[in-house]
Design a protein around this ligand. Structure first.
Ligand SMILES: Cc1cc2nc3c(=O)[nH]c(=O)nc-3n(C[C@H](O)[C@H](O)[C@H](O)COP(=O)(O)OP(=O)(O)OC[C@H]3O[C@@H](n4cnc5c(N)ncnc54)[C@H](O)[C@@H]3O)c2cc1C
Length: 294
């Protein structure tokens, strides 16, 4: 099927893009990689009357950059850029491991990180990775700028805090410190599929004990689920086997999966537990190695 007709704007400045969004009002949409929006339009599940293509807006970066120890992910950064970046190893390995597991190379070539979180698919991988990394989202409209933590940005299935006239300009990931590690483990039925279950973990050590922990889950709730009780159980612990097992138990408790064609709710909850254990072991090992190497 062809999409319903729409007006197409391809601005070259952020001010113009925001003015175009104001002009289109509630029926306008930002177009980034088009990997979620275009299929929806072809199926007529979305029928925006105006599209604002941000791909020629130079102020919206297509590169990852470091800001002190923190990381900035611009609005035009593709999954592929993250997959290949040497920045997303070690302390930021949660993000690098996520990037290479998003769909297939065709989707990764075009799709963007900011587009993924704006789409807010509960099975989107980036929502969990960025929640575990304690990231925040920078949002612009013609009225100004605001910044929201991931937990406030993601509101529910395909729902965010974004207004129709707003653009996500970048995601900021705070400095995890030198002794940190993480990963993203994803169970998929076949390569390129959405997650049956995904678990993002991130750990930062402070004097040998766990100073910060981030754990977030994909595919087991109406949006990416932050496993807060599990995080709290780890912080201050020695990161040993008992602490890991308890955190994994609490992460499984935080999951709210449903029976579907990908598996039963019980099965998915058990995968959350097992993947949280595995992920935390790997993350803590990485963080300890960084400590020894420091
Ligand atoms: C076959 C297939 C398999 C996939 N598998 C996976 C998978 O395994 N895991 C996964 O996480 N994702 C998967 N995806 C989705 C993919 O990651 C998309 O790239 C992503 O969801 C949307 O990014 P995009 O840049 O393509 O956004 P678009 O499709 O251009 O936009 C998506 C939505 O976000 C809005 N938007 C985009 N950018 C901005 C912005 N900067 N500011 C405000 N609003 C914005 C748009 O208006 C639209 O509502 C898959 C997609 C396909 C087609």
């Amino acid at each position: 099927m062809y999409p319903a007709s729409f007006e197409y704007a391809s601005p070259t400045s952020l001010d113009q893009a925001l003015a175009d969004l104001d002009r289109f009002g509630d029926d306008g949409k930002v177009l980034a990689g088009g990997q979620s929006l275009i299929p929806l339009m072809k199926l007529r599940l979305a029928a925006p009357t105006g599209l604002v293509d941000i791909n020629r807006v130079g102020e919206l970066s297509d590169e990852l950059s470091q800001d002190g120890g923190a990381l900035r992910i611009g609005a035009r950064v593709r999954h592929k850029t993250c997959e290949r970046s040497s920045l997303l190893k070690g302390r930021f390995a949660t993000l690098g491991d996520t990037a290479r597991q998003v769909s297939d190379p065709i989707v990764r070539n075009s799709g963007t990180v900011c587009g993924s979180i704006s789409h807010a698919d509960p099975q989107g991988d980036w929502g969990s990775a960025l929640t575990a990394m304690n990231a925040s989202v920078v949002i612009r409209s013609s009225g100004g700028e605001r910044t929201l933590p991931m937990s406030e940005f993601l509101r529910g299935p395909f729902m965010t805090a974004l207004e129709a006239n707003e653009i996500v300009t970048e995601v900021r990931v705070p400095d995890p410190g030198p002794r940190a590690g993480g990963t993203y483990l994803k169970l998929e039925r076949k390569i390129g599929d959405f997650a049956t279950v995904g678990v993002a973990v991130h750990v930062a050590l402070d004097n040998g004990s766990v100073g910060r922990a981030g754990i977030a889950l994909t595919g087991v709730g109406g949006t990416n689920v932050r496993a807060q009780a599990a995080e709290q159980a780890l912080v201050g612990s020695d990161g040993g086997e008992n602490a890991i097992r308890e955190a994994a138990r609490l992460a499984a408790e935080a999951a709210n999966p449903r029976d579907d064609h990908r598996g039963s709710a019980d099965y998915k909850r058990n995968v959350v537990r097992v993947y949280t254990e595995r992920g935390l072991r790997r993350a803590i090992d990485q963080a300890r190695s960084a400590q020894e190497g420091a």
